[in-house]
Write a protein that binds this ligand. Structure first.
Ligand code: 48F
Length: 260
């Protein structure tokens, strides 16, 4: 086995991380949240050749997937989202016509693997606390981020910034990016209605229908869409999350190409 001096461990971790961070300062798309909608969006955008960075507050990927249904380790997916499962190589069991059961652990790791293999990059343990805006015309053009440990520590530390053509709020039920924008950039007209109580089929359909651009440079996918438009929650069925991720990727790809 090769002998390794301790200082080399530090040196190469710091060098290679700094190299990445320098590249991450300007990307095409920042996706906030490595849940099902965010990771699905990341794969399809990266496959289109866009430079994609997924920022996840926790030290693990998956968002709400890993908890399955009330900690039972399975989740449901309905048609036509099985096409997406296939594209990520996720195995499923058809329990009724067009209704599928998926292993939660397999779903979260394969969504992440699919996004990474397509070329998306992930930062774990980092959170978005604000957006960057530009005037004339007014748009969101990046995010402010900090280590998750900083707010937990209570230390007063200024964040750092990333510039991007699109920012996706894929932060789930809390719609954290949209919430910040609604308070700090009222001119963008983002106002959150709040998520409604469960009505699974309606929630699944409306989330996919309403997924897309919220303001110039700002997009929403997954449960953030429910919080924005007052759409019912649906519990541990994930077809809508996957389809929402794919749809937001298509909308962003079109918008970026139209500007170019
Ligand atoms: O909550 P989450 O899984 O979002 P989603 O893609 O899927 C929702 C479902 O899991 C489920 C549901 C539908 O079946 O009801 O809840 O809409 O993943 C959101 C991820 O965003 C991270 C959070 O840790 C989670 O992994 N996150 C939240 N706020 C921030 C963040 C932030 N400010 N910065 C970075 N990551």
């Amino acid at each position: 086995m090769r002998e390794v001096r301790e200082d080399l461990i530090t040196k190469y971790i710091v060098l290679k991380s700094a190299e990445d961070w320098a590249k991450f300062t300007e990307v095409d798309v920042v996706i906030v949240g490595a849940g099902p909608s965010g990771m699905t969006a990341a794969k399809y955008l990266a496959e289109e050749g866009f430079k994609v960075l997924v920022i996840e507050r926790r030290l693990s990927v998956g968002g709400g997937i890993g908890g399955g249904g009330n900690l039972f380790h399975k989740v449901l997916v309905e048609s036509p989202a099985q096409e997406i499962l296939r594209e990520f190589n996720v195995r499923y069991d058809e329990v009724e016509e067009e209704l599928y059961v998926v292993d939660a652990a397999e779903l979260e790791v394969k969504l992440a693997a699919g996004a990474l293999d397509a070329g998306a990059r992930f930062l774990l343990g980092v959170m978005v606390e604000d957006v960057v805006i530009s005037e004339n015309p007014l748009r969101v053009c990046g995010v402010a981020l900090t280590w998750t440990a900083i707010p937990l520590s209570g230390l007063h530390v200024d964040p750092v910034f990333i510039r991007s053509k699109a920012v996706v709020d894929a932060t789930g039920h809390d719609a954290e990016v949209l919430t910040v924008v609604s308070k700090k950039v009222p001119e963008l007209g983002v106002s959150l209605k709040g998520e409604k109580s469960a009505e699974a089929s309606v929630g699944e359909r409306l989330i996919v229908e309403r997924t897309g651009r919220v303001a110039p440079g700002l997009y929403a996918a997954g449960m953030a869409v429910a919080k924005l438009y007052g759409i019912p929650r649906m519990g541990p069925i994930f077809g809508g999350m996957l389809l929402s991720g794919k749809k937001v990727a298509e909308v962003i790809a079109k918008d970026i190409r139209e500007v170019a």
